[in-house]
Design a protein around this ligand. Structure first.
Ligand SMILES: CCCCCCCCCCCCCCCCCCCCCC(=O)SCCNC(=O)CCNC(=O)[C@H](O)C(C)(C)COP(=O)(O)OP(=O)(O)OC[C@H]1O[C@@H](n2cnc3c(N)ncnc32)[C@H](O)[C@@H]1OP(=O)(O)O
Ligand SMILES: Cc1cc2nc3c(=O)[nH]c(=O)nc-3n(C[C@H](O)[C@H](O)[C@H](O)COP(=O)(O)OP(=O)(O)OC[C@H]3O[C@@H](n4cnc5c(N)ncnc54)[C@H](O)[C@@H]3O)c2cc1C
Length: 664
C-alpha cells in the first residue's frame, strides 16, 4: 500500500527479487482476506484525513499535544458514527490514528471492567451511556504507593448502612490513585479499586463505579481532587495521554455502584461472596494483556519495516575497484541483527492471534460457569505480555541503531515509537506470573495428573527429562519436531530444577523468594516455547499463495534458532543439546539469512502499512529517503528564522567579546 507520493520507486528492484506472493502473505499476516481489506480501507481513511496528520507531533508542547489528541478522538468518533463503522473497523481506525488517548482506557478497560464485574442490571445502566460517550471512563487501580501489589492498595470504600452508601476515601498520600490513563483531564467516571469495609471488617479489593467530574461543566465533584501527573519520557509519544492523580475526601456513592457480579453488600451491610472465583476481579487485566500482546507485533513490525527498507536504500563502503557501494542490508551483521526481529514480528503476530482465540474461548467457558481454563489463560496472557513487550522494546531500539545516525532523528519515527512503546513493559505488570503456574503443574504431574493446553508437554516428562537431540547436520534443524523437542525439554528441565530446589528450602515461600531469578528464566523458557509452538502450528494450516508457506517456514526456523543461539547456556546446561548441535544451529541461521535476504523488503511490505502509519522518512514505501530527510529538516521550528532567537542576547555579546579579546 503506497501513499508516498509520485517519486520513482527506489525499492522496485528489491521487490522484484521476492520469491513469494506478497498478497498471499498479507492475508497470512492479517488473518483473512476480509481482514486485509478492512485494514487497508481504514488505513487509507485515516491517511487521507488532514485532522489525523501527525508529522509535527514531536514539536508540539504538552498542552497543544493534549488538545490535538482530544480533537483527533472527537473527530474519530464522529467518523465512526457517520460511517456506521463496525467494532472491527473502529478498532483499526483507532490503531491507524496512532495517538494514545483517553479512548483507549474507556474502551480497553472501563467498559470491559463493567462487562466483566458488573451485574446484568449494572451493565444495563452504565454500558449504554459509555457506548454513546455520554460518560468517559478510566481504570483507577494503581496508587502512588502500590502498583504490582494490588492487595496492598489503600483507598477505602466504607459502607454506611444508614445512608445505603459507600464512602470513598484516600486515607494517606500513598493511597492517591496515580497513573490511570484518561483520569488526569478527560474522564467523567472511573472504575475505582478500593478496600471494601463493611460491619467493621476489611474484605479486600473491590471495584466501584465513581463519578469524578460534573457532566455539565467538567469540574471535579465535591471531595474529589484531580490532576495530571506530569510529562513523561520522550517528545510527543505517551504525553498525549493524561495519566492522572485522584484523591477522595469522604466522597459518597450509592451502594449499587459497587461492581457486584463477584460479591455483594446487602442493604443491611452483609458481605456476600458468590460462587464466581475472586480472581475474576483481575479479568480486565487478562483482557487488556492479550490486546497488548497483539500490539507488540504491530510496534515491532513497524520498526522492522523502517529498518529493512532503509537498510536496502542505505549504502556504505564499496568494492576496492571503485564499483558501487554496498547496501547495508547485504552486511551479514546487519542481517543477523535484523532478520531475527523480522521473524519475531511474524511470531508475535501469530501468537497474538492464538491468544485472542484463547481469550474468547475462556470467556465463553466463563459464561457457562466453567472456570477450569482461567489459570492457564492468566498465566499465558501475563507471561506472553511480559516477554513480548520487553523483546519488542529492545527490538525497536535495535532497529534505531541499525539505521545509524538518521535513526536518531525524530523524522525516522523510531525515537517516538520507542518512547510511546516502552511503558508497555511496565503497565499491566512486568512480573511473570506464569512461574507459579508452572510449579503447580510440575507438582500435579508428579501425582500423575495429565496436564492439558499449553502445558500438555509436561505430561511427557519421562521422555523430555532424558531425551538427547538427534540433530546431526545443520539442515536437521529445519525439522519442526527437532526444534519443538529441545524447546520442550529445556522448558521442562528448567521448571523441574526449580521445583526440586524449592523443595529443599525451609518453606515453599522462602524457596520461591530465593529462586525467583531462576523461576523467571524458567517462565521465559516456557513462554518462548509457546511462541515457537504456535508458529509451528500456524504452518500446519492451509496457507495459500505461491511461496508464502516456504517463507514463513524460514522465518519460523530463524525465530526458534536465534532464541536457541541467544539462550545457548540454557540448552547446554540442561543437557538438551551438545555444543556441536548449537554450532550447527548457528550455521543454519547464516544460510537462512541469505535465503531471506532477497525477500526482506517484500516481507515487510506484507505488513501493508501506509506511510502515514509508519510516520518515518526512512521507511517510505518508495524508498526516496534523502530528499525527504532534507525537506523534513527545514520544517523544524528552529529553521523558521535564519538567525536564531537568542542571537542578540546571548550569541552576539559573546562573539563581540571574543573579537575584543583577539584584538588585545
Ligand atoms: C477514537 C474512538 C475510537 C473508538 C474505537 C475503539 C478503540 C478501542 C481501543 C481500545 C484498545 C485497547 C487498548 C488498551 C490500551 C492499554 C493501555 C494499558 C494501560 C495500562 C493499564 C494498567 O496498567 S492497569 C493496572 C495494571 N496493574 C497490574 O498489572 C498489576 C500487576 N499485578 C498483578 O497482576 C498481581 O501480581 C496480581 C495478579 C494482581 C497479584 O494477585 P494477588 O495479590 O492476589 O496474588 P497472587 O499472585 O497470590 O494470586 C492469587 C491467585 O490468583 C491467581 N491470579 C492472579 N491474577 C489472576 C488473573 N488475572 N486471573 C486468574 N487468576 C489470577 C494467581 O495465579 C494465584 O493463583 P493460585 O492461588 O492458584 O496460585
Ligand atoms: C504509561 C503508563 C500507563 C498506566 N496506566 C494505568 C492505568 O490506566 N490504570 C492503572 O491503574 N495503572 C496504570 N499504570 C500503572 C501500572 O500498571 C503500574 O506502573 C505497574 O503495574 C507497575 O507497578 P508500579 O509502578 O507500582 O511498580 P512496582 O510494583 O513498584 O515495581 C518496581 C520494581 O519492583 C519489581 N517488583 C515489584 N513486585 C515484585 C515482586 N513481587 N517480585 C519481584 N519484583 C517485584 C518490579 O518488577 C519493578 O522492577 C500505568 C503505568 C504506566 C507507566
Amino acid at each position: 500500500m503506497a501513499d508516498g507520493g509520485g517519486e520513482p520507486d527506489q525499492l522496485a528492484g528489491e521487490r522484484a527479487t521476492a520469491q513469494f506472493d506478497v498478497d498471499g502473505m498479507k492475508v497470512a499476516w492479517a488473518g483473512s482476506r476480509h481482514a486485509v481489506e478492512v485494514a487497508d480501507r481504514m488505513a487509507r481513511l485515516v491517511a487521507s484525513d488532514p485532522v489525523f496528520r501527525k508529522d509535527t507531533r514531536t514539536m508540539l508542547s504538552r498542552k497543544e499535544l493534549f488538545k490535538d489528541t482530544l480533537k483527533k478522538a472527537a473527530h474519530a468518533w464522529k467518523r465512526i458514527v457517520e460511517l456506521r463503522l463496525t467494532e472491527e473497523e473502529a478498532n483499526l481506525l483507532r490503531l491507524y490514528v496512532d495517538q494514545p488517548g483517553y479512548v483507549d482506557l474507556h474502551w480497553g478497560m472501563f467498559v470491559p471492567a463493567i462487562k466483566g464485574q458488573g451485574t446484568e442490571e449494572q451493565q444495563k445502566k452504565w454500558l449504554p451511556m459509555a457506548y454513546k460517550f455520554q460518560i468517559i471512563g478510566c481504570y483507577a487501580q494503581t496508587e502512588l504507593g502500590h502498583g504490582s501489589n494490588v492487595q496492598g492498595l489503600e483507598t477505602t470504600a466504607t459502607f454506611d448502612p444508614s445512608a445505603d452508601e459507600f464512602v470513598m476515601h484516600s486515607p494517606t498520600l500513598t493511597s492517591s490513585k496515580w497513573w490511570p490513563g484518561g483520569l488526569g483531564k478527560a474522564s467523567t467516571h472511573a472504575v475505582v479499586y478500593a478496600r471494601l469495609i463493611t460491619e467493621g471488617k476489611d474484605y479486600g479489593i473491590h471495584g466501584f463505579i465513581v463519578q469524578l467530574r460534573s457532566l455539565d461543566d467538567h469540574s471535579p465533584l465535591p471531595g474529589v481532587t484531580l490532576g495530571d501527573i506530569g510529562g513523561k519520557f520522550g517528545s510527543g509519544a505517551y504525553n498525549s495521554m493524561d495519566n492522572g492523580v485522584l484523591r477522595f475526601d469522604h466522597v459518597r456513592i450509592p451502594r449499587d455502584q459497587m461492581l457486584m457480579r463477584l460479591s455483594q453488600v446487602t442493604r443491611e451491610g452483609k458481605y456476600v461472596h458468590s460462587d464466581v472465583p475472586k480472581q475474576l476481579l483481575y479479568g480486565t487485566m487478562v483482557y487488556v494483556r492479550q490486546t497488548i500482546v497483539a500490539d507488540a507485533s504491530k510496534a515491532l513490525s513497524r520498526a522492522v519495516c523502517i529498518a529493512v527498507r532503509y537498510s536496502a536504500i542505505r549504502k556504505q563502503f564499496g568494492s576496492q575497484d571503485g564499483g558501487p557501494e554496498t547496501q547495508v542490508l547485504n552486511y551479514k551483521t546487519q542481517q543477523s541483527r535484523l532478520f531475527p526481529l523480522l521473524a519475531s514480528a511474524y511470531a508475535y503476530r501469530f501468537v497474538g492471534q492464538w491468544l485472542k482465540w484463547l481469550y474468547t474461548d475462556v470467556t465463553q467457558k466463563l459464561e457457562a460457569k466453567d472456570y477450569s481454563t482461567l489459570p492457564e489463560a492468566h498465566a499465558c496472557t501475563a507471561g506472553l505480555k511480559s516477554v513480548t513487550t520487553s523483546a519488542t522494546a529492545d527490538a525497536i531500539e535495535e532497529c534505531r541503531k541499525l539505521c545509524g545516525g538518521h535513526g536518531y532523528l525524530n523524522s525516522s519515527g523510531l525515537p517516538e515509537l520507542f518512547a510511546v512503546y516502552v511503558p508497555a513493559c511496565t503497565y499491566e505488570g512486568d512480573n511473570v506470573q506464569v512461574a507459579r503456574f508452572l510449579m503447580k503443574t510440575v507438582a500435579q504431574v508428579a501425582t500423575g495428573k495429565q496436564p492439558v493446553g499449553t502445558i500438555a508437554y509436561m505430561g511427557n516428562i519421562q521422555h523430555l527429562m532424558q531425551c538427547k537431540s538427534a540433530v546431526n547436520t545443520a539442515e536437521d534443524w529445519l525439522n519442526p519436531a527437532a526444534i519443538k523437542e529441545v524447546f520442550e525439554a529445556r522448558a521442562l528441565r528448567m521448571a523441574v530444577n526449580c521445583a526440586q530446589n524449592i523443595s529443599k528450602a525451609p518453606s515453599q515461600e522462602e524457596g520461591f523468594s530465593e529462586l525467583s531469578p531462576d523461576l523467571l528464566e524458567a517462565a521465559v523458557a516456557h513462554v518462548q516455547l509457546i511462541i515457537v509452538t504456535k508458529f509451528i502450528e500456524k504452518l500446519q494450516e492451509d496457507i495459500p499463495g505461491p511461496g508464502v508457506k516456504e517463507q514463513l517456514q524460514k522465518l519460523c526456523s530463524i525465530y526458534a534458532l536465534h532464541l536457541l543461539h541467544k539462550h545457548l547456556g540454557d540448552f547446554l546446561s540442561t543437557g538438551c543439546i551438545t555444543a556441536r548441535q548449537g554450532a550447527l544451529a548457528n550455521e543454519l541461521l547464516g544460510k537462512l539469512y541469505a535465503q531471506v535476504r532477497p525477500n526482506a523488503v517484500a516481507l515487510v511490505d506484507a505488513f501493508d502499512y501506509t506511510d502515514h502509519y509508519l510516520g518515518s522518512v526512512l521507511g517510505r514505501y518508495d524508498g526516496d529517503v534523502y530528499p525527504a530527510l532534507y525537506e523534513e529538516a527545514w520544517k523544524d521550528p528552529l529553521n523558521e528564522t535564519v538567525v536564531p532567537d537568542g542571537y542578540q542576547e546571548h550569541l552576539r555579546p559573546l562573539l563581540k567579546q571574543q573579537l575584543k579579546l583577539s584584538r588585545l
